[in-house]
Design a protein around this ligand. Structure first.
Ligand code: SF4
Ligand code: SF4
Length: 468
């Protein structure tokens, strides 16, 4: 149902920008209620996870590392290098499909309950703000007030605490990228040795400080494209935070001792006042709504007070509200789930069959072949082995498939040793009896064994002096 005074004009712009294009600052009232309590508990868990993942180690590696500089990624013990980037791509696609499936079924559930931006804004910074400046009316009064000692003190403390928390968040993000050991070095070693590191720390902290002191809900309503996608993802079957207009309308203020013929909405605006994105959910689903559930809690408390059933604002689909239909698993939703399951199975099978050592072989440039006095042809190759595991390998052996040729390392050794996560580069010759060669360019396979166990196979070409 539309706000009668505004008509549909509120749809012309996001809720926090006025007709002249200026920012409307949102002073959200402090929410309370069962959803807010549940979100607070979940946030505590989430914050432990966020601040813990880069610092907790498993098999000598952090639980999560996204080192884009060295192109090394660790996800719950699995180490990925740049050679595994396709896996990272699949992970990203999986994540996006997962979010799409969720959005089709439950709208922006992810935003309200799991998005780091919402968690930090609503569960960390907004709580700090309530603690220092008080609830929304006090914050509004403080903003309008002249710069008295009290205002300077409150604002000073707030900015200081915001910066400290931003610094912690920024450094944790940095730990996700460079690892905790590198972060500790930046913090403990002389500044001159880590100018770049210190600069990154300041930039990261500054970005987060700017986001939470100024950008705030604009990240969800203007910057993040996800809200805008809701228009194509949602349909009338999607469960969203919705106002039950059939029950609520016509809205009318509550007057004592007056016979009431209107709907259950008493137009108290509590749901609007608590909204951190500044919208009126009674106007229907809007892109700004992050499904934070604050309006559900607010309205439920009002329904309690006026002895009406809770749920005037609730999780419901348009179908449920308009026609009282239960939640329906639509064909579109089923199709998305099938895609998600296929991707997931693909990902797991690739992960399970991924070799622990990546072998790369390239023909040494400028070298075609050599004919030896004992009737053999030899080709020279450069090779690189990347140990993607947490295990040391002490006797790796290279062989030509089917014993068609012999491999001789330039080091003269038979076996190669490679430490965990190590890289080994060297050169070898493949020798084949010239009588056995039929083609000028022959495809061969080089096998890598460790203690007799085949680990990896790599294809290459062997050149020989045969006329074509
Ligand atoms: S409309 Fe309700 S659920 Fe949506 S952002 Fe506002 S308070 Fe949160
Ligand atoms: S909180 Fe409930 S009763 Fe009050 S204005 Fe919002 S929908 Fe109406």
């Amino acid at each position: 149902m539309l706000n009668q005074e505004e008509g549909e004009s509120f749809r012309d712009r996001v809720s926090t920008i006025d007709e002249t294009g200026h920012r409307k600052w949102v002073f959200a009232y402090k929410p309370s209620g069962k959803f807010y309590r549940a979100r607070t508990l979940l946030s505590i868990f989430y914050l432990f996870v966020f601040f813990g993942l880069p610092f907790v180690q498993y098999k000598g590696e952090p639980l999560l590392l996204l080192n884009i500089i060295e192109r090394k990624f660790v996800i719950f013990g699995f180490v990925f290098w740049s050679q595994d980037f396709y896996l990272f791509g699949i992970t990203m696609i999986l994540f996006i499909v997962f979010i799409v499936v969720f959005s089709v079924a439950f709208g922006r559930l992810f935003c309200g309950w799991a998005c780091p931006q919402t968690i930090f804004m609503e569960m960390v910074f907004r709580k700090i703000e309530y603690f220092i400046e008080g609830d929304a009316p006090k914050q509004m009064a403080l903003k309008k007030a002249p710069w008295t000692d009290e205002k300077i003190l409150k604002r000073g403390i707030k900015y200081f605490v915001f910066y400290i928390v931003s610094f912690l968040i920024g450094n944790t993000f940095l730990a996700y990228i460079i690892g905790k050991d590198a972060l500790v070095k930046i913090m403990t070693e002389p500044f001159s040795q880590h100018v770049g590191g210190f600069t990154s720390m300041l930039i990261f902290s500054g970005v987060f400080f700017f986001i939470y002191i100024y950008l705030r809900e604009q990240v969800c309503t203007v910057v993040c494209p996800y809200g805008r996608l809701q228009g194509v993802l949602l349909d009338k079957h999607s469960v969203v935070v919705a106002y039950d207009y059939l029950r609520g309308e016509p809205r009318e203020k509550l007057h004592k001792n007056q016979q009431r013929n209107a709907g259950d909405c008493i137009d108290c605006l509590k749901c609007v006042h608590v909204c951190p994105t500044g919208i009126d959910i009674r106007n229907g689903t809007q892109l700004e709504c992050t499904h934070c559930t604050a309006c559900i809690d607010a309205c439920d408390s009002i329904m309690d007070k006026i002895n009406k059933p809770k749920g005037l604002i609730k999780y419901a689909s348009e179908d449920t509200i308009a026609e009282n239909k239960p939640f329906l698993i639509t064909k579109r939703l089923k199709a998305y789930v099938v895609v998600l399951v296929i991707l997931f199975v693909l990902f797991i099978s690739i992960l399970a069959t991924r070799s622990t050592i990546d072998l790369q072989i390239t023909k040494t440039s400028g070298q075609m072949y050599n004919e030896t006095a004992d009737g053999q042809v030899s080709n020279m190759f450069n090779f690189m082995m990347i140990n993607k595991s947490h295990r040391n390998f002490d006797s790796l052996e290279l062989k030509v498939e089917g014993g068609k040729g012999q491999i001789e390392l330039v080091t003269g050794e038979k076996y190669v040793k490679i430490a965990k996560e190590g890289i080994y580069k060297s050169v070898f010759f493949i020798k084949m009896p010239s009588k056995s060669i039929q083609e000028r360019k022959q495809k061969i396979k080089v096998e890598l064994y460790h203690r007799g166990q085949l680990i990896e196979i790599e294809k290459t070409n062997f050149l020989a002096p045969i006329a074509e």
